[in-house]
Design a binder for this molecule. Structure first.
Ligand SMILES: [Zn+2]
Length: 488
């Protein structure tokens, strides 16, 4: 079976051929850990989690590197003295490395909630300062970079003069770029406005700083990904991923650094994941159209009528192809929840029911399997895969009602494939049954305690139990047969 991947570099779906047999090297730009991970980021990382799971399922051995950006990321306005970590640390009155620790922990926790697998290597920018200094020196030695006031810049014009093609990934014309750039960062230091920083001199106020041949400073953001990807995956590797918004300038700069340093384009397949919108609009803190991942899960927000389990969110995200814009809304989430419940119900029927075994199946499992793999290997098409899974779901319910037949071999094959696709590849979790049972047990304990409180005339406590449950949307009803509950 051939795997096709849409390569942003060529703008086409290409047959995937790894450099080393069955081994795949994949690098994905990780988070900048100065604030809570937002829901759009979760979608991006989930897209690559699905791609990672798919590659593993298809039999590849994957080295999956995803970095942590914990230094050197300038603010949007390019204010050198005020990088995001320093800015946030002033705001929260914490050390910059406390900010890094706090939000790295948050990032890992959130991704675990949504059942993302950890990468096989998770390097940090601050752990690779030496490598970044070495790369900077190498670029100076080769004439692709120059020092200016203690900072070092990549010389974009020189790069182009040598026949290399700045703008090839984002398909931007360099003349246009020069015409449209306002120089905000290092005005008097750069030869050209498009030149980007490999190393920045630290001002006296800058806390995160390291020694270098050019004085104390900190590395440029683009350089860290080149340093870490090539260190762990080689000068040329198979897949580089990230959000669409990173294509320019971040990934364009990585291509330039790799080609200038090592003489080869660093990546064979560039994969870019599309963004997430909410209620048809871009998510943004400033407009208020914004929700944190855990607010969607807890229900503590103004946009959704109820909490949604992380696996429902995951199912919703998987229903869009990673290259399409995905819009979340209350209606879409409610529909996803229904779809997910039906899928889980079918999985239960499939594992519990003793179907009468027939000689011949009325469902062509072999053809269905081929369709599923065709979707998976067609640029990781999760929505088409899910549509095929629901063909099987419809069959399973009819089988249960005795309207279809299945042979022993086909039944075993269907069970294996459904389990693989639903849980291993899509990464969904069947937690609902468990959760309902646990919730019921917990509520029975609270009802017992409330009854004991009432018997001993501790009405303060019994009322408190009732009121606090009510505040959580759980109403206790005292009837002739004891106390029951309803959840709104
Ligand atoms: Zn990166």
């Amino acid at each position: 079976m051939t795997l096709k991947i849409y390569n942003s570099l060529s703008g086409e779906k290409e047959t995937f051929t790894p450099i080393h047999d069955n081994n795949v090297g994949m690098y994905v730009c990780g988070p900048t850990v100065y604030s809570n991970v937002h829901l759009g980021n979760v979608r991006t990382f989930m897209s690559f989690d699905f791609i990672y799971r798919s590659l593993v399922h298809l039999g590849y051995k994957v080295r999956y590197v995803r970095n942590i950006t914990d230094a050197g990321h300038l603010t949007d306005d390019g204010d050198v003295d005020n990088d995001r970590f320093v800015k946030q640390s002033r705001l929260e009155k914490l050390e910059p490395m406390e900010i890094v620790q706090k939000y790295t922990v948050d990032f890992h926790k959130v991704l675990e909630v949504f059942n993302l697998l950890p990468p096989t290597i998770e390097p940090t920018a601050t752990g690779h300062i030496l490598e970044q200094i070495e790369l900077t020196q190498k670029l100076i030695d080769k004439g692709f970079a120059y020092e200016s006031n203690g900072s070092v810049y990549f010389d974009v014009l020189e790069y182009n003069k040598r026949g290399l093609n700045y703008g090839e990934l984002s398909r931007r014309n360099i003349e246009e770029l020069f015409a449209n750039t306002r120089d905000l960062d290092g005005q008097n230091e750069k030869r050209n406005p498009q030149d980007f920083a490999l190393w920045k001199a630290a001002s006296p106020a800058h806390i995160m700083r390291w020694n270098s041949p050019w004085g104390e400073g900190f590395p440029g953001w683009h350089l860290e990904c080149t340093a870490m990807s090539t260190k762990y995956l080689g000068d040329k590797f198979d897949i580089h991923g990230g959000g669409m918004d990173l294509k320019f300038p971040h990934h364009e700069c990585e291509v330039a650094q790799g080609k200038a340093c090592n003489g080869v384009s660093p990546v064979n397949y560039w994969i870019h994941a599309n963004m997430l919108t909410m209620n048809g609009q871009r998510m943004s803190k400033s407009t208020g159209n914004y929700i944190l991942p855990m607010e969607l899960v807890s229900g503590n927000n103004d946009f959704f009528e109820k909490p949604f389990h992380p696996t429902i969110v995951r199912f919703n995200f998987m229903q869009a192809h990673y290259r399409s814009v995905l819009d979340i809304s209350n209606e879409a989430m409610v529909a996803s929840e229904k779809g997910f419940q039906r899928l889980m119900e079918a999985m239960k029927v499939l594992s519990n029911n003793n179907f009468p075994i027939a000689e011949v199946s009325s469902f062509d499992v072999k053809a269905w399997k081929e369709k599923c793999y065709a979707a998976l290997t067609d640029d990781f098409n999760s929505p088409i895969l899910i549509a095929h899974l629901f063909e099987a779901v419809n069959f399973i319910f009819k089988l249960k009602d005795g309207k279809e037949t299945i042979s022993e071999n086909d039944l075993q094959e269907l069970k294996t494939l459904m389990t693989d696709f639903v849980f291993d590849v899509l990464g969904l979790q069947n937690i609902e049954e468990n959760n309902n049972e646990k919730l019921d047990q917990t509520l029975q304990v609270l009802i017992d305690l409330r009854n004991q409180a009432r018997k001993s005339k501790n009405f303060d406590l019994s009322d408190q139990i009732r009121d606090r449950l009510l505040a959580e949307g759980i109403e206790l009803k005292d009837g002739r047969d004891g106390t029951s509950y309803s959840i709104s």
